[in-house]
Design a protein. Sequence first.
Length: 259
Amino acid sequence: MASYFQGNDLSKTIALGEEIVYDYKGTRDTVVSLLANAYISSKNYDGAIKMLRTLLERNPSNSKGWKLLCHAYFNNQQYVEATIAYEAFGYLHGLNRDDLVVMGDLFYMSGVPTRAAQYYQQALKDGGSPEEYEKLAVYYYSAFEIDEALTSLEESIKGEETVERLLLKAQLHYLQDDFGKAEQYYARAAEKMSKDGHEWLMAGYCAMRNGDSKKAKELLGKAMDYPSQRQEAQSILNIMAPADEMKKLMADYNNNERI
């Protein structure tokens, strides 16, 4: 069986493996691993799942079997089932740092970002890469834990300041109605790279919401250099015009009152 697998003859590998597992009740790790990998390599994920579940019914304490079952489910895009299988592996085997990261990713793909963030936070207790902190920020963001997302993202930006991270930081501040900081991060992202001017538009809009008309006009002017943003930037400037005129009138009125 091993020779057929090494020779990339998957059909014969599977035929022999099924005979060993189903007819002779073989459960050696090497046989199970070879058969599971042969199934997965041939994209027969259902066959791998069926075989591994059969073996785990015989021996549910086989941690390697649960890990292989996770891989089979994952390749079959059954992320919830993959998460459950890997969690069973963790209970039996224990989870090291890399396993905690995998658990976090699986929970996020299963639509449970709160648990994903918990596993990532545990994995990063002694530090991590900028990419890992960025993922943690995304998981917190998806769980609507904005303060924690900002803290994680700051660690990511310390490692490397990318356009994507700056835009995420701007969006997080925007969600908190902290338009001054949102403007700063949108503008920093735009200075690094702006394909269509959207970053300048958002920076200008945030400046307007922050009450800084002068800065808003400057930033919106940059947005108008991009055809795709010109109309929307002009609309915001049109909205600002009556407000600026009202401010001027109020200032004149107050000056006259003092006279």
